[in-house]
Ligand binder design. Structure first.
Ligand code: UDX
Length: 432
């Protein structure tokens, strides 16, 4: 039977869950305190760029299954299931800021008038769901609620596809009543035999951190092997492909580049290290991964500096998002690279198909261009930092003819090295 679900928070996780769960037939109300967000979503206009999102937003709002509001009290009272999908950023001291989760948990407690399942989708430090449970118990009886941990594994840019075809659904849930309700919430996925992992709250919380830290480690590993390739004259593409043929390794997440970024991997590795410290358990591997990832970002400009004096040079930077198919620039390697370029005295001319507005909030005064060719005009050197398809298919001859210099840094290896060299570029990739 369809459930009445309230989701607190309309960021990537909250909004994708809102359109996805309403598409499953549930009645979903998503809450955000910002009027302009609620207004825009109610008008069926997405507030983030995410492939396929708009279609699902329009369809479910029009079907009368999806609503947006700023009024958290009423929305909680009306729901059988309340999902917390608020932000859990890292604060300036390097710790997870749980203030939004705490605030949401308290407003749930205030409006807990009948049995509800309280589901945490935000990525939260180990023990947070137990804290929510304890906090609710301070003023409400145990039979009025169940706390469930349901971490989200969706990738930006493929979030809709990931929501409807997940590799697994992880549910930390410790009672039969809540379990039955969660099965109903995800009924269509249950029917197509998506693997469901049922476990306790701490296990569910840690699955998320363990997965993201593992992916970060895999990327860092291939980045270091790529750096070694440059030193010894080996080709990282052949190596990664061959490694990936081993079923135990798998070919995914073996693409070298400027280091991982985004809203999840950097913050989740940080929190896992913090958790190890809190419990006195060594997390030295993950800590090393973090440090190596920072050096990988710096390495881009270090390599450039070894070839040219950057002061006064005009540098074209193509790609500002932390990966393709998103407008997100949170912890993007481009931030580290651009800030180093500026401190070395270079003039930066940037282009990105989607992320320029967001990047402008971080760097208001570099030069932004509508096309890659405009950014490259008269440039002394060109840097590709994000693997957008339009850069893979770029007309290199045209770029070459507009540039002043001949240096091309293809940090994501999106181009054919040989064709670039034939056109007269001094071409450098990563690990080849
Ligand atoms: C990640 C996790 O994959 C997802 O499960 C979790 O829910 C959120 O964090 P996302 O941040 O959307 O998803 O991006 P992802 O595709 O995992 O890439 C993360 C970063 O790693 C990007 O900066 C990307 O460019 C980089 N990356 C990824 C590499 O450098 N090489 C690779 O082989 C893969």
């Amino acid at each position: 039977m369809a459930k009445r679900i309230t989701i607190i928070g309309t960021g990537y996780v909250g909004l994708v869950a809102a359109v996805g769960l309403s598409d499953f037939g549930n009645y979903v109300t998503a809450v955000d305190r910002r009027e302009e967000i609620v207004e825009s979503l109610s008008q069926r206009k997405p507030t983030i760029y995410e492939h396929g999102l708009e279609e699902y937003l329009v369809r479910n709002v029009e079907a009368g299954r999806l609503f947006f509001t700023t009024k958290v009290e009423q929305a909680v009272r009306d729901a059988e299931v309340v999902i917390l999908a608020v932000g859990t950023p890292i604060d300036s001291t390097g710790h997870t800021d749980l203030s939004q989760v705490k605030e949401a948990a308290l407003s749930v407690r205030e409006n807990l008038d009948a049995y509800k399942v309280i589901v945490t989708k935000s990525t939260v430090p180990i023990g947070t769901n137990r804290w929510i449970e304890k906090t609710l118990l301070e003023t409400k009886p145990a039979d009025l609620f169940s706390v469930v941990s349901n971490p989200e594994f969706l990738r930006e840019g493929r979030a809709i596809q990931d929501f409807f075809h997940p590799d697994r659904i992880v549910i930390g849930c410790e009672g039969e009543r809540a379990r039955k309700i969660m099965e109903e919430v995800y009924r269509p996925l249950y029917l197509i035999q998506t693997p469901f992992v049922w476990c306790n709250l701490e296990t569910a919380e840690l699955i998320k951190y363990a997965s993201n830290a593992f992916l970060s480690t895999k990327i860092t590993y291939i980045n270091q092997i790529a750096n070694l390739c440059e030193a010894v004259g080996a080709d990282i593409h052949v190596i990664a492909r061959s490694m990936g043929m081993d079923g135990r390794i798998s070919p995914k997440f073996l693409h070298p580049g400027p280091g991982y970024g985004g809203s999840c991997l950097p913050k989740d590795t940080r929190e896992l290290v913090n958790t190890g410290e809190r419990y006195g358990v060594e997390m030295s591997l993950v800590r090393t991964v973090e440090e190596a990832n920072e050096r990988q970002k710096s390495r881009v400009v270090d390599k450039l500096k070894a070839l040219v004096e950057l002061k006064g040079k005009k540098v074209a930077v193509l790609g500002l998002a932390y990966k393709s198919e998103t407008d997100d620039v949170r912890d993007s390697p481009a931030i580290a690279v651009v800030s180093r370029l500026l401190s070395e005295g270079a003039e930066v001319h940037a282009h990105d198909p989607k992320a320029m507005d967001r990047f402008r909030e971080v760097f208001p005064s570099i030069h932004y261009h509508d096309s890659e060719f405009a950014a490259a005009r008269d440039a002394d050197l060109l840097l590709i930092l994000t693997e957008w398809n339009e850069y893979r298919n770029i007309d290199l001859q045209k770029v070459r003819s507009t540039m002043r210099g001949d240096l091309l840094f293809d940090v994501r290896n999106v181009l054919e090295a040989e064709s670039a060299r034939t056109l007269g570029f001094r071409y450098f990739g990563t690990g080849r």
